[in-house]
Every structure is written in structure tokens, then in C-alpha cells.
Ligand binder design. Structure first.
Ligand code: C2O
Ligand code: CU
Ligand code: CU
Length: 494
């Protein structure tokens, strides 16, 4: 019944030439994935294509969460640090049977964590051992365009280069990933993504969980399809509206768990999926606290029962494991799917600890008189995606802004012609602030620094944005296949 309805949509769209027929007859799982967008749009209720596994079946953890290594520096002083990042292919054992052919940084899948300190001069030696070109994009890092690693700066196969920049931004959880023109989505799906932690005096002084792998965990959320030989086969499962999967992975681990003491647990979440939005909650419905958004700490912890995180976004959350008895396990859930088991196996702390009341002092928004206002629209699905009515063209610069200036951007998800879906809007070389969503103040967890925001169908999000570093930067939907199909533009900061 639902499928019929969907095919009806497809036929009507196809006959209008809005989507290609090849897309319409793509594999069933893609249909199911697309169907959920459609159903969300049409009935505003959650998809019925999600696995309806009973709660008991779904709540299982099997494998200890893999922790990416903390990358050892090549050299380090308080003022300077240098790292080497190697893009390579490899084989990864995600599950029983054949190993999966993957890509990774300094390893077979995903990458290590790079730590920078605010004020440090960073040098990164880049080595591309892939059989194809790639780039190294530091998502969320405010660095000049020539070292930002966007599509304009490919590094050819089997070659090396070195870049340097200053870290001038506050403590934050960022990430990095490949961004070569036309190849981003496949390279990221195959594994080219890693994390960056920036620390500073404020993060040093805050009484928060900071012991890596003990009470402070990186959590890269993804999902993948595995074929009968355990391969990803990106080209076959590719979905123009965001390639998904039926197997959730956290840091490349299937059905992962962490073992923790009864204390506050910090999860540094990255949505590293090509196109999936996660709707996160704890299995027992307990509150958790968001302490940081994309670009740094919020002013204060925000109590939440659920968090939607779209591709490219990060959030740091604290889970209060003090509330559980030894031997209990709760789960970080995505709707009905368990993403991560949290097993309380250690001793309870002697006394119950509260959270810091204040984490940061974010500057007030709205302090700039008469900022220029610019409208940005994202539109379409499938092949038909555009940004400001155009498809990305390397040779076309959408607009220029003045370095150091502040503007207001009205970012619209335009659904005039087509069924809509969420577009995660991302800008390079900046951290911005959300002013309002359709005229309403943002929720408290969106009041901090952002570089990626989800924009719902028909919605307009106004952001306040300044441009501290010069050069040619990208703005795009972070559904990687949308970016690849042209929902991307570029602007010059000069
Ligand atoms: Cu996370 Cu243009 O990228
Ligand atoms: Cu980016
Ligand atoms: Cu999009």
C-alpha cells in the first residue's frame, strides 16, 4: 500500500522529468530509504520502514566500542604541534567472514584523533597513498581557504604536501574528512573521516569528564550496507538523497558497548553519515545534558530527552551513569535502534556529583548595526538539487563578503516544487550562531557555535555569521550526495 503510493509519486515525478528513471528503479532498500523521506513529508509521522524489531531484540550490545587512537605528534611544544595524516586503503574486519575493503587515515577505517590547543601553530604533513586524488578538509576549523581542504585543493595519488595554520578558536569537537570534487561521498562512505579535539584554558578548568576511553568517548555515528561478501559497494547502494545502510556503526563497531563507572559520561557525537539524521535518546527515557554544539561549549548544560543530529553536526552530551546500579546497561538509541550500550560495571562514586553550572560565555548576538542580509535557498531532491537556484560550478563564485564583517543569512529549505527533506546546511571557514527558526528563537542546545544546521522542509533559519579568515569557501548541504549533485556554492572572503 505504502509502496504503491510511493511508486505513484515516483511515476509522477519521473514523468515530469524531475527524477531519472534509473533512480526510480533503484534497489528496494533505496526505495525504502526514500520512502521514509516521503512519508515524513506527507504525513509528518515517523517512518514505518524502520525495523520493527521488538525492543528486546533491538537492545543488545556485543562488541566493545573501538576507540580511535589519539594520534601521536611528530613534534610538539606548547606553541607548535605537527602531525602526519596518511590516506590509505585497507581491509577492516567489521563482522564474521570476509574483511571489508575500506579507506582510512593512518589505518584501515576512519582515522585517529588529532588534538590541538587554542593558540597553537599546527603543521600537518599530508600523504595520499590512495590510487586516486583526495583532499583533507578540517570541518569546523576556522582556517584560511588555502589550507581548508575543500574541493579546490586536491592532493594527487601517491603524493605528499604539508600545511600550517594557527588555531584561533575555542575548545570544540571537530572532525575531518575527504572532500575531493565528485568523490567526497564515496571516499567518506568508505571510511575517510576522523576527529579533532581542540582544548583551551576554559576546557582545562571545567570539571567535566576528560579521561579518554574511561569517561570521555568519541562517538562517530554511521551506518552501512554489507553485501554477501561483507563489502560496502558504494556505487551499488548509492542513494542520491544520502547513502544509508541497514547496519549501525559507531567508530566502525557493530553493536558496540562501553563499560563505565557510575559517574558522568561524556559522549562526543559526530554524525559521520552520508545522509542519515539520528534521533537520539536513552533507552530508559532518562534526561541527558548537551554541553557543546559544533564549535564549542554552550553557556550551560541543556537537559534533553532527545536530540536530532544531522550529517556533519556534532554534539557533546553527558549521561549520568551515577543513576544506575552496577551491572545495569542502558542504550543510546536512534529511534528504535540501539546505537551504543552503556554498561555500568564499576564502583559508584562516593558522592553524587553535579554538573558545572556555567561552561562558557558566548558573545551576545545582534550587536552589529545594520548587517547585510543575504538569502540562501536549498531546493530539490535526487538529481534536481540546487543551491540558490544553481548547481555547483567550480568556476562560479556565488558572492563575496568582506573579511571581518558580520552578515545575517536567511537559509531556506524551499519545497515549492517537490517533496521535501531535511537539508543540513554547512559553511566552511566559520562558526556561526542561529538567530531564529521560522521566527522562533532556537532551542537552547542551538544557541552556541554552529557550522552545520539542519533546515526542515519549508523552514527558514536565520544565522548570524562573520568571516574571520580569507579565501574561497564552500557552503553546501551536508547530505554528501546532495553536495556532490550540486547543492553547493562558494563565496569569497576578501
Ligand atoms: Cu564536512 Cu564541505 O564539509
Ligand atoms: Cu566543512
Ligand atoms: Cu540536501
Amino acid at each position: 500500500m505504502r509502496h504503491k503510493k510511493y511508486q505513484g509519486w515516483l511515476l509522477c515525478l519521473a514523468s515530469l522529468g524531475l527524477i531519472s528513471f534509473a533512480h526510480a528503479v533503484s534497489p528496494l532498500r533505496e526505495v525504502a530509504a526514500n520512502n521514509s523521506h516521503m512519508m515524513n513529508h506527507m504525513s509528518n509521522r515517523s517512518s514505518q520502514n524502520e525495523s520493527e524489531a521488538s525492543t528486546d531484540e533491538a537492545l543488545q550490545s556485543v562488541n566493545p566500542l573501538q576507540l580511535p587512537p589519539l594520534l601521536e605528534s611528530d613534534s610538539e611544544t606548547p606553541e607548535e604541534i605537527s602531525y602526519t595524516i596518511i590516506s590509505q586503503t585497507g581491509e577492516t574486519n567489521f563482522k564474521e567472514g570476509q574483511a571489508t575493503e575500506t579507506m582510512g587515515y593512518n589505518g584501515s577505517y576512519l582515522g585517529p584523533i588529532m588534538k590541538f590547543r587554542k593558540g597553537q601553530r599546527v603543521t600537518i604533513n599530508l600523504d595520499n597513498q590512495l590510487a586516486e586524488e583526495t583532499t583533507y578538509h578540517w570541518h569546523g576549523l576556522i582556517v584560511p581557504a588555502d589550507v581548508d581542504g575543500g574541493p579546490h585543493h586536491p592532493l594527487a595519488s601517491k603524493s605528499q604536501t604539508s600545511i600550517s595554520f594557527d588555531v584561533n578558536q575555542e575548545a570544540a569537537t571537530l572532525w575531518f574528512h575527504a572532500h575531493p570534487h565528485g568523490k567526497t561521498a564515496r571516499q567518506v562512505y568508505n571510511g575517510l573521516a576522523g576527529m579533532i579535539y581542540i582544548e583551551d584554558e576554559n576546557s582545562d578548568s571545567l570539571d567535566l569528564p576528560k579521561e579518554y576511553g574511561i569517561n570521555d568517548f568519541p562517538v562517530i555515528l554511521q551506518e552501512r550496507y554489507f553485501d554477501e561478501n561483507n563489502q560496502f559497494n558504494y556505487d551499488e547502494v548509492m542513494n542520491l538523497d544520502g547513502t544509508k545502510g541497514d547496519t549501525p556503526l559507531v567508530n566502525g563497531t557493530i553493536q558496540p558497548y562501553i563499560e563505565v563507572n557510575a559517574e558522568w559520561i561524556r559522549l562526543r557525537l559526530v554524525n559521520g553519515s552520508n545522509g542519515k539524521n539520528y534521533e537520539l535518546a536513552l533507552s530508559d527515557g532518562a534526561e541527558f545534558y548537551q554541553i557543546a554544539s559544533d564549535g564549542g561549549f554552550l553557556d550551560a548544560p541543556v537537559a534533553m530527552e532527545s536530540l536530532t543530529i544531522s550529517p556533519g553536526e556534532r554534539a557533546e552530551i553527558l549521561v549520568d551513569a551515577q543513576a544506575y546500579a552496577q551491572g545495569e546497561e542502558i542504550f543510546l538509541m536512534d529511534k528504535k535502534k540501539a546505537m551504543l550500550g552503556i554498561r555500568v560495571s564499576g564502583e559508584a562514586a562516593a558522592e553524587v556529583k553535579a554538573l558545572p553550572e556555567s561552561l562558557n560565555q558566548l558573545p551576545a548576538t545582534g550587536q552589529v548595526a545594520n548587517p547585510d542580509v543575504r538569502t540562501i535557498s536549498m531546493e530539490g531532491i535526487g538529481h534536481m538539487v540546487t543551491l540558490n537556484g544553481r548547481k555547483f560550478d567550480m568556476d562560479y563564485i556565488d558572492f563575496s563578503v568582506k573579511q571581518g564583517s558580520t552578515e545575517i543569512w536567511e537559509v531556506t529549505n524551499n519545497v515549492d516544487m517537490m517533496p521535501g527533506m531535511i537539508h543540513p546546511f554547512h559553511v566552511h571557514g566559520v562558526q556561526f550562531r542561529v538567530l531564529d527558526r521560522d521566527g522562533n528563537p532556537p532551542p537552547a542546545n542551538e544557541e552556541g557555535w554552529k557550522d552545520t544546521i539542519l533546515v526542515k522542509p519549508g523552514e527558514t533559519v536565520r544565522i548570524e555569521i562573520s568571516f574571520p579568515v580569507p579565501g574561497l569557501f564552500m557552503l553546501h548541504c551536508h547530505i554528501l550526495e546532495h553536495e556532490e549533485s550540486g547543492m553547493m556554492g562558494q563565496f569569497m572572503v576578501e
